[in-house]
Design a protein around this ligand. Structure first.
Ligand SMILES: [Zn+2]
Length: 208
């Protein structure tokens, strides 16, 4: 007796097909696409900025393929690495990659280059595209490199501390283990790499 015979014994063919279809639909991995807003939604971006005293912040006006949605609350910061390359790539390169995914554009709010300079990605007050199921309430930072293979530069550590501190101050969040995360805290991934993840407690301590 095959599986269909067994199932047919307890349900009609129609019911079997309906269930099979339901299963196949449910098996499709949902795409993390926080950009899909109604066409008539107002595009509200870039209204909030951080108070950066000593941080070099390169502002880039990206062309967004889709309208960005404003984030209604902010509880945490999520830290990432690039991962697929250890090259000192910039926010514009990530923007191109993410657009090819069919996204609005770069999914991170900030990118920290190897020299410690910080580039703005998605405007701070918009919903990012960096951590599945946690984009609605978090700010995403990408530290450039592959930290499974190499270590972040000391300039990147200093920049991350200042940036996390500035974001937490802006949103009145106390930096800590329940507010500053690595991507792997939420998803099955190695991001942000072993050599960055293990120093998150130091970044948190110095961000305060
Ligand atoms: Zn990540």
């Amino acid at each position: 007796m095959n599986i269909q015979d067994i199932l047919s014994a307890s349900m009609s063919r129609r019911e079997f097909l309906a269930r099979a279809l339901k299963f196949s639909v449910a098996a499709v991995v949902p795409v993390d696409d926080p950009y899909s807003v109604e066409p008539d939604d107002e595009q509200i971006i870039g209204e909030e900025t951080l108070d950066f005293d000593s941080i070099i912040l390169r502002e880039i006006n990206f062309d967004w393929a889709k309208r960005l949605r404003r984030r209604s609350r902010t509880d945490a910061v999520v830290i990432h690495h690039v991962g697929n390359t250890d090259k000192n790539i910039n926010a514009a390169a990530i923007h191109r990659w993410h657009r090819k995914n069919g996204w609005a554009g770069i999914g991170y709010h900030y990118v920290i280059r190897k020299d410690g300079s910080i580039e703005r990605g998605r405007p701070l007050d918009t919903v990012g595209a960096h951590t599945y199921d946690h984009n609605d309430n978090t700010v995403g930072i990408c530290v450039v490199g592959n930290f499974e293979l190499s270590r972040p530069t000391s300039e990147q550590f200093r920049a991350a501390e200042k940036l996390v501190g500035a974001i937490c101050k802006h949103y009145d969040i106390t930096p800590g283990a329940s507010t500053v995360f690595g991507h792997k805290d939420f998803c099955k991934t190695t991001c942000p790499g072993i050599y960055l993840y293990k120093w998150l407690p130091d970044i948190i301590r110095n961000a305060i």
